[in-house]
Design a protein around this ligand. Structure first.
Ligand code: SF4
Length: 400
């Protein structure tokens, strides 16, 4: 089956025609504020409430005059995700299921890391952590990385055989407001449970676009969400701390490289087209050669480099021959390889290769000169796989 990669995937049907403030750029907010007859500086005030403080309602915007807030409530709308379930792991991972306005479910996963631990962030640089300011009383500031994995679609069209989200098919795209609101709702939750122990405004330090959905299949909304999250008057994330992952939508890889400075992770998972097409139908449209050529053209300024993700599946892609072919494919490219031991999913028929096989594969790549790391499996006690919680909240997975 070829993935249904429509150029115009289903958009979010907004509750009504009023503009959603959470999705608007600062310049669009300025135009809106002028239209409503307010002073220009109100636009930046509003933008900061929406994206710096992550306000969940107009009532929180206390330095805006009440008549203006009432006018906004009448003439605009505000994306609001509702946390429907939260699972907490013994390793500190928190898995959120959010309900959208039209009763769809998406999932975001929060992963705290002490620096020095292998982080979930595939491009994490140990020299680039965030100091934990309120831990200084001990004399030694904690150096931490707090990463959120965000979703970009409800379901996914790509149909990767090893993925629970892929069993759903694509239900709809998330709006930019729904993508950024995952960050703001989790920030609010973390502020609530860690009073006085982390940056009051922005507990999260890193973002990875690796949750439900193929980010580059929802390019316009993903690009808008990046603009909002990286804006200095908004959440002000550094592009060095944001990674977008793709299963290999070649045209949008190049576009992302030209239009943003965020990092790229490519989910490769196989070393021949025969093998990859069985696991990832996208390979039938853009094969490994086309994918690697797009990666070679991806702008690598300012130390940017690509991370290749390789989900290791027992007896499928985990042999020394696979490791050798992988090193041949990636030869000469400034890349990192992230090995991901498979998190087993009931009913999908794939297995975890085990620690010894994974380490042998890693050593093989290192002997060939590659930086290869094994991703720590986070939150194994709260769910076996990304997407499982949200899949369980909505349609039954389609039969394959
Ligand atoms: S692995 Fe990613 S791209 Fe593939 S089906 Fe799952 S969510 Fe979609």
């Amino acid at each position: 089956m070829l993935p249904v990669v429509s150029p115009n995937p289903p958009q979010s049907p907004a509750p009504d025609e009023r503009p959603d403030l959470r999705t608007l750029s600062l310049s669009a907010l300025q135009a809106l504020v002028a239209l409503l007859g307010e002073k220009p500086f109100r636009a930046k005030q509003l933008f900061r409430w929406l994206h710096h403080k992550g306000a969940a309602s107009f009532d929180e915007m206390t330095d805006l005059a009440r008549p203006f807030r009432e006018q906004l409530a009448r003439e605009t709308q505000l994306t609001r995700l509702t946390a429907d379930a939260v699972q907490v792991s013994t390793d500190g991972t928190r898995k959120y299921r959010f309900r959208t306005w039209d009763n769809r479910f998406i999932e975001s996963v929060y992963m705290p890391d002490e620096v020095g631990e292998p982080a979930f962030d595939p491009d994490a640089d140990d020299e680039d952590p965030v100091e934990e300011p309120l831990a200084r009383s001990s004399g030694k500031p904690a150096r931490v990385r707090r990463t959120l994995c965000v979703s970009t679609q409800v379901g996914c069209a790509m149909g990767c055989r090893f993925c629970m989200t892929g069993t759903m098919g694509l239900v709809r795209n998330l709006t930019a407001g729904e993508i950024v609101d995952q960050v703001y709702r989790v920030n609010a939750d973390l502020r609530g449970i860690n009073k006085g122990e982390m940056d009051a405004q922005r507990p999260l330090t890193n973002l990875v676009y690796m949750g439900m959905g193929e980010p580059l299949h929802n390019y316009a909304n993903v690009k808008r969400s990046l603009d909002l999250l990286l804006h200095q008057d908004g959440a002000n994330f550094s592009h060095r701390h944001v990674t977008v992952s793709t299963s290999g939508l070649v045209p949008n890889i190049l576009r992302l490289g030209e239009e943003t400075q965020v990092k790229l992770a490519v989910s490769l998972n196989a070393t021949t087209d025969e093998q990859r097409a069985k696991l990832m139908p996208v390979d039938k449209k853009w094969n490994i050669a086309a994918l690697l050529e797009a990666c070679r053209q991806f702008p690598m300024k300012n130390g940017r480099r690509i991370t290749f993700e390789y989900v290791m599946l027992r007896g499928v892609n985990d042999t020394d021959e696979d490791a050798e072919r992988l090193s041949t494919l990636l030869a000469g490219m400034p890349v990192k390889v992230n090995l991901i031991p498979y998190n087993e999913n009931p009913g999908l028929g794939f297995g975890d290769p085990g620690v010894e096989r994974v380490q042998a594969f890693r050593r093989h790549l290192e002997r060939r000169g590659f930086a290869a790391m094994v991703r720590k499996n986070r939150g194994r006690d709260i769910a076996a796989a990304c997407g499982q919680l949200a899949v369980a909240g909505q349609e039954r997975p389609r039969a394959r």
